[in-house]
Design a binder for this molecule. Structure first.
Ligand SMILES: Cc1ncc(COP(=O)(O)O)c(C=O)c1O
Length: 460
């Protein structure tokens, strides 16, 4: 029989393992990752892991070796400066390392009485974000796992609020919210989870929703059961920011909840050169922004901010006899989204903001915007490429008009396999093209231009 406390008591062996793990984590941050790292076949990983879970344990050093030698190389380095696909990540050194501290501190971030110190700091970070968006004093919310969770949680509040506000005794036959076809997949997924329908608003040439299109669509489809509009402040596919000011006017006039999904793009609020794109966000009822995307935080973290958090508290607070003694007079993050136990996942953002200052955030976001604009300008000036649109933020869509769909795919796969760069094709209005998403201030324009030259010289 093993010693029942052996896993919890400090010893020389534990000390050695602790230093190995922390040392490894620091090296992981310090050393560049291999851009060729990526998924391996499940059978290969299963083989490598066989025998790792045994009655006696294989020991931390052996498990760490497996992680270092087999498992880490089977994971894509998401923060590589030339990982330009999907929405990558670029956490600051302080934010990653402080994430270790958060883990080490065993904080319950759900309720004030358990995690007051952590929650107070998270709320400072939320307040900074709310101020950037021009939300009034009293705005607030919590950090959830990601932009998908943020969209769902906000929509649940919006629907409940509509029910309350309209005093509806009978629910409409179908609840509905409006969004363009460019809205992130998670908003549609939220609709499925909530069993509500999505009204499609046509987007303009740039993929943006406008107030006029929203208004016309709602006139056409009728207002029955419509409770919200999900606008995008930075669509995933092309980084477009919807016309939030005119959308907010329509929402105000029609009494609809406006949720702004800024999971990727609302980080652009930090940058004075991009701030005018977001005019109107200050009139939203809720918005979200993910530190793990363009706000230089580690996975997984999304800030969800409500103009009037009380509306969210009414919906999301959980009740049970075992919770009766919880102090409800303080700020309990579990009351603002669908969760109870909760990692204080906003702390790495707070620590990083405190460490480097907000000016460093502005500089880093501006750098990525400059890189994106410089890249777009070069593409526009070349005759062998086509810039599909001026970027609103840091996503650039471009085409090589003489390429077939297979050419895009083959180039993309070969450069990914070689570790040169990860650029994955997408489509724009049905045509294949390349999409580059820049969230890493270490991504250099020269590197991107070299990739263009590589594409230009490539003959399949
Ligand atoms: C605009 C937008 N919203 C929501 C999401 C979903 O975020 P998460 O992956 O953190 O759930 C994404 C992800 O890329 C996104 O770009």
């Amino acid at each position: 029989m093993s010693d029942p406390q052996s896993m919890h008591v400090w010893s020389d062996r534990a000390d050695l393992l602790a230093h190995s793990l922390v040392g490894y984590a620091v090296e992981r941050v310090r050393l560049p990752k291999e851009p060729t790292w990526g998924a391996r076949p499940a059978s290969e990983l299963k083989d490598a892991l066989s025998g790792s879970i045994t009655p006696q344990g294989i020991g931390g050093h052996q498990a760490l070796r497996i992680f270092r030698d087999v498992l880490t190389p089977a994971c894509r380095p998401m923060d590589d400066p030339l990982n330009l696909a999907y929405v990558p990540t670029a956490p600051t050194l302080a934010s990653i390392l402080f994430d270790l501290v958060v883990s080490a501190s065993s904080i319950f971030g759900g309720q004030w009485e358990a995690g007051a110190g952590a929650i107070a700091a998270e709320n400072e970070a939320l307040e900074w974000l709310a101020d950037l968006a021009g939300f009034p004093a009293g705005a607030g919310g919590c950090f959830v796992s990601g932009g998908s969770a943020a969209n769902l949680n906000a929509l649940v509040v919006a629907r409940h609020h509509a029910l309350d506000r309209l005093g509806l005794r009978e629910r409409p036959t179908r609840w509905r919210f409006a969004a363009t076809e460019q809205v992130h997949a998670s908003a549609r997924a939220a609709g499925r989870v909530m069993d509500v329908d999505v009204i499609g608003v046509p987007s303009d040439d740039h993929g943006r929703m406008t107030g006029v299109a929203l208004d016309e669509t709602l006139d056409r489809t009728g207002a029955d059961g419509v409770f919200a509009v999900v606008a995008s402040a930075g669509t995933t596919n092309n980084g477009a920011v919807d016309r939030l000011d005119s959308i907010a006017d329509v929402c105000r006039r029609r009494g609809l909840w406006l949720h702004v999904d800024g999971a990727y793009g609302a980080a652009g609020l930090c940058a004075s050169s991009a701030r005018d794109r977001f005019v109107g966000i200050e009139a939203a009822d809720s918005f979200s922004v993910d530190p793990h995307k363009w706000l230089f935080g580690p996975y997984d973290s999304a800030a969800l901010v409500y103009r009037n958090p009380e509306l969210a508290r009414v919906v999301h607070t959980q009740h049970g006899v075992y919770l009766d003694e919880v102090d409800r007079s303080e700020w309990n993050p579990s009351d603002y989204a669908f969760h109870l136990s909760r990692r204080a996942r906003g702390l790495p953002l707070w620590f990083s903001l405190a460490t480097y200052g907000t000016a460093a955030y502005e500089a880093a976001v501006e750098r990525t915007l400059e890189t994106a604009r410089g890249f777009a300008a070069t593409i526009a000036a070349r005759s062998d490429f086509e810039l599909l649109m001026e970027p609103d933020l840091s996503v650039v869509l471009f085409a090589r008009p003489d390429w077939s769909d297979d050419d895009y795919r083959t180039w993309s796969r070969s450069r990914a396999a070689a570790g040169t760069a990860l650029i994955v094709p997408t489509t724009w209005r049905g045509e294949m093209c390349f999409r580059v998403c820049i969230v890493n201030p270490k991504t250099e324009l020269d590197q991107l231009l070299a990739l263009l030259d590589d594409m230009a010289a490539w003959s399949g």
